[in-house]
Design a protein. Structure first.
Length: 435
């Protein structure tokens, strides 16, 4: 039986999960791969810290990644150190040496994916990244292979468990953002510095990878409109519920006439939609293809074992190919197609909008606000006004019919200049139709 030798870079949470799966399910994995699987080297900067569920004394540990990258007998390198550098240099070195690579590094792929895919294709090796998007959900393989007969029309969903946990807490328990964030950190769902998650950047990284596959076009991260959830208030969540909606941080990509919308932002969706029921740290992604119609992928988007499961999906596929002399094909790597779509400008998108205007309770204020919206081709579908009869500014909540982003931003700038408007107007985009 062929022996496939594997080198692991990084024995953190996910790396430890990869080793646990090999140790507990070796017979099953080897039977499915048709070869022996040997963990030949594990490189990490910390050789003494205990890893729960592992006896590191039994592992082929090294403090130098060069021992993995320079060993000609190692055929597959699993990169789980994260970050941009030195991960990028390590992967490029492994690919140049003719080693197949598996990674969960979504930030690296979002920033340098085109370079890495080209390097793998040039050397005739595989670069697997199932674990980079949506944790244990087998999403990458589905888009790459299961939907090859389709022209993808849209990809959208919840791809960040931290933000979804926070918004779920705010929705279900009525707590403020800061309280929900602290609880997420206490449970280990949010990092000490949660910026990447709560400001939408992690979702943008994952969306960039999905767009590359689904639309066969490379979109620069700077062209992905990205907003986080830090300005979503318990008040907005309560008004959304009253209107029949829930607020979620969505990653959205849609084919349009001559382009593709690519955006990440808080979004109101109808409470009856399946996406509204996705709670806690779970992820869900909807894909619409012109042949297959609508698909939904749901599951744990992060965590040690779900992500390690995705790492093994790629690793086992590579091991099977090595064992049976099946070559890697450049066609299997992401690439820009002949009809690659450019990113559509954000100010050209059309959707419905939720607005919360903080205005003094004086005669004519609502009519002036409505007049500004009308002057910018925006019509109102619903209005809620509470707290009447006070000297304080009161919220005037409006839901618009479909409008253009450029027109809405122009209207908001004019509304916020009104002397009776006390604070910047809150705006949240609405998707999925009427509640």
């Amino acid at each position: 039986m062929t022996d496939v030798r594997i080198g692991l870079l990084g024995l953190g949470t996910i790396g430890a999960g990869v080793v646990k799966i090999l140790e507990s399910r070796r017979a099953m994995l080897e039977e499915r791969a048709g070869c022996r699987l040997t963990l030949a080297a594990v490189a990490d900067t910390d050789l003494t810290r205990p890893r729960e569920g592992l006896d590191i004394r039994t592992l082929p540990m090294t403090g130098d990644a060069a021992h993995v990258l320079g060993d000609p007998a190692i055929q597959v390198v699993i990169e789980l150190i994260g970050g941009i550098e030195p991960a990028r240099s390590f992967i490029l070195r492994a690919l140049a040496a003719g080693k197949h690579v598996v990674t969960a590094n979504k930030a690296l792929l979002a920033h340098h994916g085109a370079e890495l895919y080209e390097a793998a294709g040039r050397r005739g090796v595989t670069l697997g990244f199932e674990a980079a998007v949506a944790g244990g959900i087998p999403l990458i393989q589905a888009v790459k292979e299961g939907l090859v007969a389709n022209r993808i029309l849209s990809v959208f969903g919840i791809v960040n468990g931290t933000s979804n946990y926070i918004l779920s807490k705010m929705t279900d328990e009525g707590v403020d953002f800061s309280v929900a964030l602290k609880e997420a950190q206490a449970h280990g769902y949010a990092e000490a510095d949660p910026t990447l998650d709560i400001e939408g950047m992690d979702s943008a990284h994952k969306l960039q990878i999905l767009v590359t596959l689904a639309f066969r076009t490379f979109v620069d991260l700077k062209d992905i409109h990205t907003e986080g959830i830090t300005r979503v208030t318990a008040q907005d969540i309560a008004y959304a519920r009253e209107l029949g909606y829930r607020i979620k941080l969505l990653a959205i990509a849609k084919a349009t006439n001559g382009g593709v919308e690519v955006r990440v932002h808080p979004t109101m969706i109808p409470a009856a939609s399946p996406l509204a029921a996705v709670a806690g740290v779970f992820n869900a992604v909807f894909i619409t293809g012109d042949a297959v119609g609508d698909l939904m992928f749901y599951g744990r988007g992060a965590g040690q074992m779900p992500t390690a499961s995705a790492v093994w999906a790629d690793t086992l596929d590579i091991a099977r190919r090595i064992a049976h002399d099946v070559p890697a094909l450049a066609l299997e790597l992401p690439s820009a197609g002949p009809g690659a779509l450019p990113p559509a400008p954000m100010d050209a998108i059309r959707c419905c909008y939720y607005l919360r205007v903080m205005a003094q309770d004086r005669p004519g204020v609502l009519s002036r606000v409505a007049g500004i919206l009308g002057e910018n081709d925006i019509s109102i579908a619903n209005v809620i006004q509470k707290g009447r009869g006070t000297r304080e500014a009161v919220p005037v909540v409006m839901l618009s019919h479909e409008a253009r982003e450029r027109d809405m931003r122009r209207a908001l700038a004019a509304i916020d200049r009104l002397p009776d408007v006390a604070a910047a107007t809150t705006m949240i985009r609405v998707e999925g139709g009427r509640a």
